[in-house]
Structure formats: C-alpha cells, structure tokens
Design a protein. Structure first.
Length: 180
C-alpha cells in the first residue's frame, strides 16, 4: 500500500516536472512570437538594420546591427516590455556613422529594390533584404523567395558603386527547390 502511494506520488511529480518544462518552452515560443511582432512594428526599423534574437527561459538576447544609437536603446526597452521576459542581453551593435556609408546604403538599396525581379519586395512595410554597410563593406541579410533572386540581389549590390570589394551575401532562400 505504502509503495503504491509512493509510486503514484513519484509519477505525479514526474508528470508535473514535464508539464512545467513544456510550459517554459511554450512560454519562450510565445515570447519570441510577441517580440518578433513588436520589432516589426517598431516604426524606425528599416532595411539598414539587421535584428535577430534568441529566447531561453525568459532571457532574451538581442543580436545584430542597427544604423542609429537610439535604435539600440529603443529596441532594448521594447524587448523588456514583452510579457514573460525576465532579463535582457542587448548585444545590438551600432554601426559607425559615416556619410560615405550612408550614401552607399542608398545606392545599394536603389540598385536592389528598383530591379524588376526584386521590386515586389519594396512594397512591404519592412522589405526582407537588409543592407548592412560598415566602413564601406556591404553585407546583405534577410530572406528572398528563390535562388535567382538571391543572385540578382548580390549582382545589383555589387554593381552599385562599391569601392571596398565584394558583397557578403547572407541572404537565405525561402523556397530553395523553386526553379526560376
């Protein structure tokens, strides 16, 4: 009798610990979903910023680059206000201010988003191809639909008047099996 009660108690404790672990995972997923939504709604988030994050048991790590110092502060505040966030590590890097980099950002953005293959992306509130320029070096971040679009984006960025070499292409393809 005593052993049966003890076994039931141990089983209940195991089920409870598993349900708590599942709840923590679901909670992290909900935090991530809400945080992604809040970042997309941030009115100063642009194609010249690259923001990513991870969530682990309520701890949020903000990663990436922003083009203005106030954006790092604003995004940190936004992340802290998301329900369920217990702590924040704001590792966003502020890109150094440079008139040359600013001009290069605009040249690359025009070259990419005016191309007929990629122009459909320019109609989105925050287009999916992000252009990070640091000291004359260009990196493309984000997602495109096909491999051909990825190639065209790099081709356009490379031909936009760069003076410091190649474009780093970190674009991901949403539908790699699609033939274009």
């Amino acid at each position: 009798m005593r052993r049966t009660i003890l076994n039931k108690f141990m089983f209940a404790a195991a089920v409870l610990s598993l349900s708590i672990a599942a709840a923590a995972t679901a909670s992290d997923a909900e935090i991530g979903k809400k945080l992604a939504h809040e970042i997309r709604l941030y009115p100063r988030y642009s194609i010249f910023d690259n923001i990513s994050f991870s969530v682990d048991e309520g701890l949020v790590d903000l990663l990436g680059e922003v083009s203005e110092p106030f954006k790092k502060t604003d995004l940190g505040r936004i992340a802290q206000r998301v329900p369920g966030v217990t702590s924040l590590s704001n590792e966003l890097r502020v890109l150094p201010p440079s008139p040359m980099d600013e001009r290069l950002r605009m040249q690359v953005a025009r070259a990419i988003y005016r191309d007929p293959v990629l122009s459909r992306y320019s109609m989105q509130p925050v287009p999916p191809i992000h252009i990070i320029v640091e000291n004359g070096h260009v990196t493309l971040e984000g997602v495109v639909g096909t491999g051909m679009e990825k190639s065209v984006a790099v081709l356009r960025a490379s031909g936009a008047g760069l003076s410091f070499g190649q474009v780093t292409n970190n674009l991901r393809v949403e539908n790699p099996s699609h033939k274009s």
